[in-house]
Ligand binder design. Structure first.
Ligand code: SF4
Ligand code: SF4
Length: 273
């Protein structure tokens, strides 16, 4: 397939990695552990439905999440794993209708979540000119994960996801070394630090703690945010269109305003407006 066609396919695939809660059986609100400290309404174990999840899989406090400061609920994104797994089993075959299979459904959700998350990063990596020499390997890994997510749940659950993750991590590490100013950036703690107005082009913030850091008006071209913790980081009046490896969940947890510019594949959280 010509490279351009492949790239278009990947961009379409990014759309499939966006959440569609209307076609989901509320999996995140059941399958995952939640805690009040993380901005959920209650502490609950994984596998127990949140008390606010209704039988039609809608949240009974959806309109109040912002007013009640339920940051965990407002921030969470499943990379499209929720609707994917719900459709995989069928809407007439959910954790509600088939309680004896709920564990199986939740485990499938967690595997698809991980595959979709890695796909998200691989697709972004595939767009980087500096990574031309890795393109073939990236394409192979994307193909493997997308094919896998079309299989039956029992095939998915027997897959060696740790082995796949190791391959993805290895290639992402090589890419980060290639694109970052400093590949030996050991300092990952920037809690509350002010970078206001600084030029941070091509900085490597992967895996960094940037909680409540001030990045207002910074230049962030080619800046790598892979798996950085951006809770309450301030991106007001900042252009993030050329920043790398951002996810919707990171953006949902950060602060911005109507002057914050995002890559086309991300959406402005309603709390910014
Ligand atoms: S699992 Fe995903 S699609 Fe389903 S309700 Fe949660 S965020 Fe929405
Ligand atoms: S409050 Fe609503 S969105 Fe949050 S976990 Fe419960 S059901 Fe889900």
């Amino acid at each position: 397939m010509p490279i351009q066609d492949k790239q278009n396919d990947y961009l379409n695939l990014l759309n499939d990695l966006k959440i569609d809660c209307t076609n989901c059986s509320g999996l995140c609100c059941v399958a995952l552990y939640c805690s009040k400290v993380d901005g959920f309404p209650e502490n609950k174990e994984a596998g127990i439905p949140c008390q606010h999840l209704q039988s039609n899989f809608q949240c009974d406090m959806h309109q109040d999440l912002s007013r009640k400061n339920m940051k965990g609920c407002m921030t969470y994104e499943c990379f499209g794993a929720g609707q994917k797994v719900t459709q995989m089993y069928g809407l007439d075959h959910t954790w509600q209708t088939h309680p004896q299979q709920r564990q199986h459904i939740f485990e499938t959700f967690l595997v698809v979540f991980q595959l979709h998350q890695m796909l998200w990063y691989l697709i972004q990596a595939s767009t980087l000119d500096a990574c031309a020499k890795f393109k073939q390997e990236i394409a192979r890994l994307i193909e493997e994960a997308t094919t896998l997510t079309t299989k039956k749940p029992y095939t998915l659950l027997s897959y060696d996801i740790d082995h796949y993750r190791n391959q993805v991590n290895k290639i992402l590490k090589c890419i980060i070394e290639q694109i970052s100013k400093s590949s030996n950036n050991q300092n990952k703690m920037y809690l509350g630090k002010s970078f206001k107005g600084k030029n941070l082009d091509h900085q490597d913030f992967s895996m960094s703690l940037l909680i409540a850091a001030n990045l207002e008006n910074c230049s962030l071209r080619g800046t790598n945010f892979l798996s950085a913790d951006l809770r309450d980081a301030n991106f007001k009046n900042t252009d993030l269109r050329e920043s790398l490896f951002l996810t919707q969940m990171q953006i949902n947890s950060a602060k911005g305003n109507h002057n914050t510019l995002l890559p086309s594949y991300l959406t402005q959280p309603c709390t910014w407006l």
